[in-house]
Design a protein around this ligand. Structure first.
Ligand code: SME
Length: 158
């Protein structure tokens, strides 16, 4: 079980620039090495209307782009709520970028009341993510957001 209070302090120290790109890359590497049983960690950014575009990540090359009406990431973007999926095979519309993935956690990242992007964590273990993991990762994303200038990379109208 991860010590999220410790991870929060470590991430706050690690993110020592305001550049969201650098911070996103650092966050992916940090989570990959500090949290067990993950096969993919990465950001998808809202750079086009109702579409997510692949950002910094660790893992196999991934699906890109992802429309809001597809997949676990699309559900997180549409609802603006964390999606914690115990069994991705049972999730209608799940996008299988890596066939090894069995469970998934997707946390929306908001900026000025709008969706900026999502963080996606995949695990090869079913039911990998607990409520404690969800709360912990949501807290880490608050730290990422507060540490970074989340400018829109290009025009986004919806
Ligand atoms: N499984 C995700 C797609 C992204 S990959 O997991 C990296 C989904 O269903 O949205």
């Amino acid at each position: 079980m991860s010590d999220y209070a410790l991870l929060a302090r470590q991430l706050e120290t690690l993110l020592d620039t305001r550049d969201w790109l650098t911070n996103a890359a650092q966050t992916c590497a940090f989570l990959t090495h500090e949290i067990g049983d993950l096969n993919w960690v990465g950001f998808y950014l809202q750079r086009q209307p109702r579409t997510l575009v692949l950002g910094p990540f660790q893992g196999l090359p991934a699906c890109n782009p992802i429309p809001f009406d597809k997949g676990v990431c699309g559900a997180a973007a549409t609802t603006r709520r964390t999606q914690r999926v115990a069994d991705v095979h049972a999730f209608p519309g799940h996008i299988a970028c890596d066939a090894a993935s069995r469970s998934e956690l997707v946390v929306p990242i908001m900026h000025d009341g709008e969706l900026w992007g999502v963080l996606d964590l995949d695990s090869p273990r079913p039911e990998r993510f607990s409520e404690d993991d969800q709360r912990g990762i949501e807290r880490l994303m608050e730290i990422f957001s507060a540490a970074s200038d989340l400018t829109k990379p290009c025009n986004v109208t919806g």
